[in-house]
Design a protein around this ligand. Structure first.
Ligand code: GAL
Length: 337
């Protein structure tokens, strides 16, 4: 009898959730958990989510309640945040996983409560995304960013090889600042930038590569070490993101580069197009970056949330395989070229 009652209650709860999702209502409650609020790209993405929510409120005459939480780089904290989102009756939950290989707990909670989950930026494996039909991912194609980073350099090399190859030995000596270990964007970007250049026929020599966790200070520390170790021989700094590239700029500035004709800095390449990243390109500190479309991804997340709540088609995006929204990357060079 008790079992029957519990089952009946579970079915009723599931049905009422469906009703909420299918009926037009005035407020959408969205829970957002980010992996680390000190990450520049992610904090700019959150700003864009807030701006986009305001635009959508006006456009659709609804209220969007965004509850943004910082998981502070702790997966257990994020799992608890998920639980609290569900207790507060969120219609949709958006998760920037701390550990992209550890999504099970969050998926199970969402599935039991029948609340769709939009994962973003830190891509979970396909098998996890296929565990339930209301799991989605919004992000970008990491491979494309590595290829475009290489293209910025190829264009420069075709114009003036000696500008990059300062010792004119026909070989490009480089260092690589990598993001977090195990992050899809670190592995894939590092691999594809080098593969693209090699395929084009350029010879490269890796002096060093190290993990700097997307972080400006860590990027600076690594670059300072390399400047001592490989004094004057580094021709290119490939960085998996703008913040670490800015760290390399900081290190070079401290060593007296920039602003003097005698000391010519290496060519530094970033990815993201954060505000500071773009500013550094315009100041001739970073040679070029690849825009990781922050407003586009924020818009994709919220349009998907809206379409799931009101059962409407997506206006500006295609849902690939019924699950993925991927925003294209774009090259950014000085003066918006
Ligand atoms: C990448 C971005 C990095 C960092 C990382 C966090 O896409 O380029 O700067 O924000 O995501 O997951």
């Amino acid at each position: 009898m008790i079992i029957l009652l519990i089952t009946a209650m579970m079915i009723l709860t599931a049905c009422s959730r469906y009703k909420v999702l299918e009926t037009k209502k005035d407020t959408i409650k969205i829970g957002v958990s980010i992996y680390n609020r000190y990450d520049t790209f992610i904090s700019e993405l959150v700003e864009c989510l807030q701006e986009e929510a305001l635009k959508m409120e006006k456009k659709y005459n609804i209220t969007i309640s965004l509850d943004v939480q910082d998981a502070a780089a702790n997966q257990i904290t994020q799992n608890e945040q998920m639980e609290r989102f569900l207790e507060r009756g969120c219609d949709i939950v958006c998760i920037n996983l701390v550990d992209r290989t550890d999504a099970s707990n969050i998926i199970e909670r969402g599935k039991n409560a029948n609340v769709p989950i939009i994962f973003f930026n830190r891509e979970l494996v396909k098998e996890d995304l296929n565990r339930w039909d209301k799991l989605y991912y919004v992000g970008a194609d990491a491979m494309e960013s590595g290829i475009l980073q290489a293209e910025i350099l190829i264009q420069a090399l075709q114009k003036d090889m000696d500008f990059v190859d300062k010792n004119q030995d026909g070989i490009l000596q480089y260092v690589m600042l990598e993001g977090e270990a195990g992050h899809q964007d670190s592995i894939v970007r590092s691999m594809n930038v080098i593969q693209t250049l090699t395929k084009e026929g350029y010879e490269l020599e890796k002096l060093a590569d190290e993990i700097a966790n997307w972080n400006r200070d860590q990027g600076k520390t690594k670059m300072m070490q390399w400047m001592t170790e490989y004094a004057g021989t580094i021709e290119i700094v490939f960085s998996n993101n703008d913040d670490m590239a800015l760290g390399a700029v900081d290190a070079l500035k401290e060593a007296g580069y920039f602003g003097t004709a005698e000391k010519v800095p290496p060519v530094i390449l970033g990815i993201d197009g954060t505000r500071e990243g773009i500013r550094a390109v315009e100041n001739n500190e970073i040679f070029g970056t690849v825009i990781n479309d922050i407003p586009g991804q924020a818009k994709g997340i919220l349009q998907l949330a809206y379409s799931l709540c009101y059962n409407q088609p997506l206006e500006d995006f295609t849902l690939v395989e019924g699950k993925y929204i991927r925003c294209p990357y774009k090259i950014y060079k000085k003066n918006g070229e």
